[in-house]
Design a protein around this ligand. Structure first.
Ligand SMILES: Cc1ncc(COP(=O)(O)O)c(C=O)c1O
Length: 424
């Protein structure tokens, strides 16, 4: 374990971390974890987000197996969790490195010892490039790749890296846009070649491949996504035939979130042999916790169940603080605690305040979230009392993690075995 990751266990449990037991104030997280407290009876306060130890391990293994079976290198997107402890688990499960979205991610990853980073964006921030140049020069084993998507971007990178006195060139891949109206990325193959020409004219940059994000293909379906992925692999082959990768050790071809990794795996196998080895890099991030909404609906494992599955790992436990009218109750968790950008949370279980018994949350529906409250309609005949705990399933891993700086890792019986620190 990297010393900085190990050091996280020496952090103290205190008021900064909502949900942690007040009576644990001042203990280190290592000490608290060793107490193996129970999530329900160990003094935790509501609302508290718990990550399932079993589901997490299951998901890590599922994507390790999937990428290995399809000859894909894996750089899970770290923006999902921003949790160095989870990055270490992902690397221990065979990941090549970790994907970042912005330079501030890279700084965090480097602080926790990540040696291979794929930044799936263009970097035109001179201050960030100055830092990056120093980081690359200081550590010959640090492997870094980022996007370029315009001639202007390349010029800004080159100018900033020159001013910074960069000694090692920055490895870049041309980002092919996922279609007209898509997010970032060069729109046509001809423009990709122009951007690649600009890279070869820049001494501080080195072209190592092509990349993009099929998750942004407009009106995505299997056919459109595969068609775009074929454009990406054809671009890699064309660049290679044009001698654009001379001198590089391996060519990078990267795509893939958590919605279409089956299409990525299929199309990447069609890639013809190139002049040097190819690093086929998948970047799924949301898989790590998976969810009970959006990703449950769209995971490729629904199409290929024989190749694995993912389990929702989050449960947000909130407590009924008010039941002011028949049919209406309020929980003490709101937008500060739960993802709400794709769907509202879904009640799954109720834990009785009387005896701790668990029952399915039949008849309960979340109809809205305030900052610190969830609005619950309670169907006639459904039981819910002030004081009960309600387990909520969430939709969208990225916007669940980011609301919690310290997340208890709990086994199925509620035993908390570790605490996951996030850096948002
Ligand atoms: C460029 C890029 N790559 C990879 C991912 C990871 O996709 P997912 O969140 O579906 O796992 C994202 C997510 O937004 C992304 O923007």
């Amino acid at each position: 374990m990297h010393p900085a990751v190990a050091g996280l266990a020496q952090e103290r449990a205190d008021h900064r971390f909502k949900g942690l037991p007040p009576d644990a104030e001042g203990r280190t997280l290592a000490e608290l974890a060793a107490e193996r407290r129970n999530l329900f009876t160990g003094g935790f306060t509501t609302p508290v987000l718990a990550l399932s130890a079993e589901a997490l391990e299951h998901n890590l293994l599922a994507m390790e197996r999937y990428s290995a079976a399809h000859g894909l290198a894996f750089a899970p997107h770290g923006k999902t969790s921003m949790a160095p402890q989870l990055f270490e688990r992902q690397l221990a499960h065979g990941a090549w490195g970790i994907t970042a979205a912005v330079p501030s991610h890279v700084r965090i990853y480097r602080a926790f010892g990540i040696q291979r980073i794929f930044l799936a964006n263009e970097v035109v921030d001179a201050a960030a490039l100055t830092w990056l140049a120093a980081e690359l020069d200081a550590d010959p084993d640090f492997r870094f790749v980022c996007y370029v998507d315009s001639v202007r971007g390349v010029e800004l990178m080159e100018a900033a890296l020159r001013r910074a006195g960069a000694r090692r060139p920055v490895d870049v891949v041309v980002e092919l846009g996922a279609g007209d109206g898509a997010r970032t990325g060069v729109r046509t193959e001809a423009e990709c070649a122009t951007v690649a020409d600009a890279v070869s004219a820049a001494a501080t940059l080195r072209l190592v491949g092509v990349a993009g994000y099929e998750g942004e293909v407009p009106k995505a379906d299997g056919e459109r996504v595969r068609a775009w992925l074929r454009r990406l692999t054809a671009l890699a082959a064309d660049f290679d035939a044009a001698g654009r990768f001379e001198g590089v050790e391996e060519i990078v071809v990267s795509a893939g979130g958590s919605a279409w990794f089956d299409a990525v795996a299929d199309v990447f196998t069609e890639l013809p042999a190139l002049s040097r080895p190819v690093l086929k890099l998948l970047r799924s991030g949301a898989y790590v916790s998976h969810d009970d909404g959006h990703y449950q609906h769209i995971t490729p494992f629904n199409r290929i169940p024989e190749e694995g599955d993912l389990q929702p790992a989050f449960r947000l436990w909130a407590q009924v603080v008010s039941s002011p009218e028949p049919g209406q109750a309020f929980l003490n968790a709101g937008k500060r605690d739960a993802a709400y950008d794709l769907h509202l949370p879904e009640p799954q279980l109720v834990r009785s305040a009387h005896d701790g018994s668990l029952r399915p949350a039949h008849g309960l529906v979340i109809t809205g979230l305030s900052d610190q409250h969830a609005w619950v309609t309670v169907a006639e005949g459904a039981q819910l009392e002030v004081g009960d705990w309600v387990a909520l399933g969430l939709s969208h891993p990225c916007t669940s993690f980011d609301k919690w700086q310290m997340i208890p890792l709990a086994e199925a019986d509620g035993t908390v075995t570790d605490y996951i620190r996030t850096f948002f």
